[in-house]
Design a protein around this ligand. Structure first.
Ligand SMILES: [Zn+2]
Length: 482
């Protein structure tokens, strides 16, 4: 395995966040809709219908190319990519060929402590095809249906150069691509729902000078399956080469359930598609002012944000990384920080308790009933010693289910931190009497016994005691026992 050089390139399709399709006015929110309810003569390719370009789709495709540091070509030309498939009623897909939106870009990400840069070969815009449906819909046995709702959905295709050298690295690159399209708001990048799809070219070779035979792997529906499929494919190719067999250029499908790739067909070349400029769509010349206006919308990208969080708020790299993986999570953090300026503590709570509650509810932060301001208030209450951390965890849980403020929950339940020393002394005395062994242990120098005793007091007071005060009283009491 170590004697082989792995080369991987990615081809990613992202569904653009427009409200209508690329060349007609049909709506794009097809997910979960009844088949063939979002169609019209244009996206069904009926004779005599003419496409009209959706300006927003063009803007989002340009924005993607700009965010990936591409050189933007001044002329936009759409080509017809001809092929026959039942989900493509026109018999061709409107795509781009020799003049994509952007070329020669770059995407950077951190991998195993290094900053990696992968070249972007091209970014182009195209329309999606429909979908074959093989089950459900009361189809007669052995029959498949066609759902044209997805026909004409605007896509941006991002093609990287083969600069990746392991399945892990390819996955990291894909995660960063997903984060970039989310940060700039061009796509929701949801792999499970198919709004982000990834194909990969994989080859292995015994020599770094010469690339091996390229095999294309398709049909990977999650980051995990991208990783598994690439790992499987690398192993398969190495095994064949070891046996002295040769590989041939082909397209293989990932079978998630069986964990293997299967040969689908020989690989087509561009000339098989008989590309030609679409006579229904005139070329568009992009003005500088138009490009500048689009570029102005690029907000801070994930890597820059991570570095800023590390410098401005002294967050450790790992934590900063988890926050910026999800733009909405990082936004939440920075909102809460405005009202509770202890970044480390806040980050800690976000990455443990907040994420735990979100996971349990199966929602993401945008669906949370707890606002950044409410979280900040809860943390302020701990900071002021009004409630203990243990109590706060329970309060946060309730905030997640009810949406109430921490203060409301605390007063409704009559929770307050017992700071009254007289009251605590009584409990401490009881605990000391009940645990003579631990007391003796502590007196003979076992520090751990002290934690145990504090824990017992916290238990007796149902977590409502102020642990700092408990410790003080306990130490005084133990000193008098000596
Ligand atoms: Zn339509």
């Amino acid at each position: 395995m170590d004697n082989y050089y792995v080369t991987i390139g990615l081809e990613v399709h992202c569904q653009l966040l427009t409200t209508t399709k690329m060349f007609c006015r049909c709506k794009t929110d097809y997910f979960g809709k009844a088949p063939n309810t979002l169609v019209c003569p244009v996206c069904l390719g009926l004779p005599g219908s003419l496409p009209v370009l959706n300006e927003q789709a063009l803007r989002l495709a340009i924005l993607t190319a700009q965010a990936l540091n591409c050189r933007i070509l001044p002329r936009v030309v759409f080509h017809r990519k001809n092929y026959f498939y039942p989900d493509l009623p026109k018999g061709y897909q409107i795509s781009q060929y020799d003049l994509p939106i952007g070329v020669e870009g770059k995407i950077e990400f951190d991998f195993k402590g290094n900053r990696e840069a992968v070249r972007i070969k091209r970014v182009h815009a195209e329309e999606d095809a429909g979908k074959l449906v093989h089950e459900g819909l009361n189809l007669p046995f052995g029959c498949s249906g066609v759902d044209f709702n997805r026909c004409g959905i605007p896509l941006v295709e991002i093609v990287t150069e083969p600069d990746l050298h392991s399945p892990e690295e390819a996955r990291e690159c894909l995660v960063m691509l997903r984060n970039v399209v989310r940060y700039i708001g061009v796509s929701d990048g949801n792999m499970e729902e198919g709004s982000l799809r990834c194909d990969a070219n994989v080859s292995v070779s015994p020599s770094p000078e010469k690339m091996g035979t390229k095999v294309e792997v398709k049909n990977m529906n999650s980051f995990r399956s991208v990783f598994r499929a690439l790992r499987y494919e690398v192993d398969r190719q190495v095994e064949l080469l070891e046996k002295g067999e040769s590989l041939y250029q082909e397209t293989r499908h990932w079978d998630e359930a069986r964990g293997i790739t299967l040969s689908a067909r020989g690989k087509e070349e561009a000339e098989d598609y008989r590309y030609f400029p679409d006579p229904d769509l005139l070329p568009i010349t992009l003005e500088d002012s138009f490009l500048k206006e689009i570029k102005a919308a690029i907000s801070e990208l994930p890597l820059t944000r991570k570095e800023r969080l590390m410098i401005e708020h002294e967050l450790p790299e790992n934590e900063a990384n988890i926050l910026v993986q999800d733009k909405t999570l990082a936004d939440f953090f920075e909102e809460a920080l405005k009202e509770f300026n202890q970044p480390r503590l806040l980050c800690n709570w976000m990455l443990t308790e907040v994420l735990k509650n979100l996971n349990e509810a199966g929602i993401d932060i945008t669906e949370s009933k707890v606002s950044p301001q409410q979280l900040a208030e809860l943390l302020r209450m701990i900071d002021k010693g009004e409630i203990s951390g243990t109590i706060a965890k329970g309060v946060l849980e309730e905030m997640f289910t009810t949406g109430l403020d921490a203060r409301e929950i605390v007063s409704k339940k009559g929770i307050s931190l017992i700071s009254n020393e007289k009251e605590l002394e009584k409990v401490v005395l009881e605990v000391v009497e009940k645990n003579p062994q631990s007391v003796a242990d502590y007196l003979s120098g076992k520090e751990k016994a002290l934690h145990f005793l504090i824990g017992q007091v916290m238990k007796e007071t149902k977590g409502q005691a102020n642990p700092e005060i408990v410790k003080d009283i306990l130490l005084k009491k133990l000193a008098s026992e000596e």
